[in-house]
Design a protein around this ligand. Sequence first.
Ligand SMILES: Cc1cc2nc3c(=O)[nH]c(=O)nc-3n(C[C@H](O)[C@H](O)[C@H](O)COP(=O)(O)OP(=O)(O)OC[C@H]3O[C@@H](n4cnc5c(N)ncnc54)[C@H](O)[C@@H]3O)c2cc1C
Length: 376
Amino acid sequence: MVSRADISILIAGAGPVGLTLALELARRGIKPRIVTQTDGPVSEIESRALGVNARTLELLEPSGIAGQIRAQALPIEGLQLTSQGTPLLTIHTNKFRGQAPALSILPQGATERLLLAQLRTFEVEPEWHTTVNTVQGGAEDPEVTLIRKDDSGETVKPTILVGADGAHSVVRKSCGFTFPGEALENDFFLADYAYGAPVDVSYARVDFTNPGVLGCIPVRANLLRYISTLPDFEDRIVHPHDPVEQTWRSEFNVSFRHVDAMSIGRVYLAGDAAHIHSPIGARGMNLGIEDACWLAWLISEGRESEYSALRLPAVRSVLRQTRMLTALATLERPLALTLRERLLPLMAYLPFAEHRLVSGIAGMDTPHPPWIARTH
Ligand SMILES: Cc1cc2nc3c(=O)[nH]c(=O)nc-3n(C[C@H](O)[C@H](O)[C@H](O)COP(=O)(O)OP(=O)(O)OC[C@H]3O[C@@H](n4cnc5c(N)ncnc54)[C@H](O)[C@@H]3O)c2cc1C
C-alpha cells in the first residue's frame, strides 16, 4: 500500500455517504476534512432511507459498526405482494444465505449517528454549518469556497475533492459532470404512523391498488411507514390498531439519473451526487455507501483513477433494476395489470428467479469488494 497519510482530501457532505467515506479513510490512517451545511445528522423521525442491505453490513464490518447496526436494526423476513388484498407472491428474503440478513431496517438518522460516533473515535469531526458555495478552477485544479454560518469564508485547494453532497450536488454542477436521465410524472407520498402497541414487523407489504400501489414497511416494533403513488393513500390504510400519531408525512418525486463519469480530474462523486433513482428496492443509500467504501480503498491504494471505471457498471446495473421494479409497481394499463396478476404468482415455482431477486435486495449483485474476504 502506498502512504497517503499526507494527502489533502475534502469531502463535501456528511450524509451517510460522506460519513462512510470519512470513516473508511480514517480507519486506514488517512484523515480527510469533511464539511456539511447541516448542524448534525438527519433527524431519525425524518429519515428517508430505512433499508440497510447485507452488502452494506459486509462493507461496514471492518470499521466496526456493522454489529452496532445489526443490534439496533429490524431484520425483514420477506416481502408480501398482494393485489387489492389478494395474495400474489411472497418473496422470502430470509432464504438469503449470508452472514447478515438480506435487508434490515434502521432509520437513516440512526445509521448516520452510528457512523458519526465511530468516525469520532478517529478524531475526525465534520465541520457543521459549512457550505460548499462554489468550486472554481475546473475539475483539474478545484478551488473550493466554503461559507460558514457566521458568514466567514475560506478557499481550499484539496488534492482530492469528493462530492458527497446529495442529489443537488454543487460539486457535480460546478465541475462539468453531466447528469442525464428522466423524472417520473407521478409524485410519491409517504406517512409514518406510531401505534400504542407492537405491530407485526416481520414482513414488508406491497398492495397493488390497480392503478397505483400502497406499500407498508415496518420501521420499529410500533412504527410503520406507508408509501404510495396515490394522493388519498391515507384513507386506504388499514391500520393494525388505532394509530397514536402520524410522526412524519412527506411527498417526493422520483428521477432516474446518473453521471456519465464518477470522476473528472481531481474531483470524485459518490452517493446521490452521482446517481438517483426510486426508493423501490432500497438501494440508494446502500449503493452510495458502496461507492464510498470503494473510493476509500482505491485512494488508500493510490488507485483512485480507476474509481469511475470500477463503479459505473454497478451503478448502471442497479439503476436498470430499480427502473424495472418501479415500472412493474406503477403499471396502469388494464392488460399490463392483468398480466402482472397472472405472472407474479408463477414466480413461486421459479426458485432461481426468487434467488436472483433476493440477491439484488441483499445488494449482492454488484462486484465483491476485493479487500474483504468472501464468506458466502
Ligand atoms: C422516501 C425515500 C426512501 C428511501 N429509502 C431508502 C432505503 O430504504 N434504502 C436506501 O439505501 N436508500 C433509500 N433512499 C435513498 C437515500 O435516502 C439516499 O440515497 C441517501 O440519503 C443518499 O445519501 P448521500 O449521503 O449521498 O446524500 P444525502 O443523504 O442527501 O446527504 C448529503 C449531505 O450533503 C450536505 N450538503 C448538500 N449540499 C451541500 C453543500 N453545498 N455544502 C455542504 N454540504 C452539503 C447535506 O446537508 C447532507 O448532509 C430513500 C430515499 C427516499 C426519498
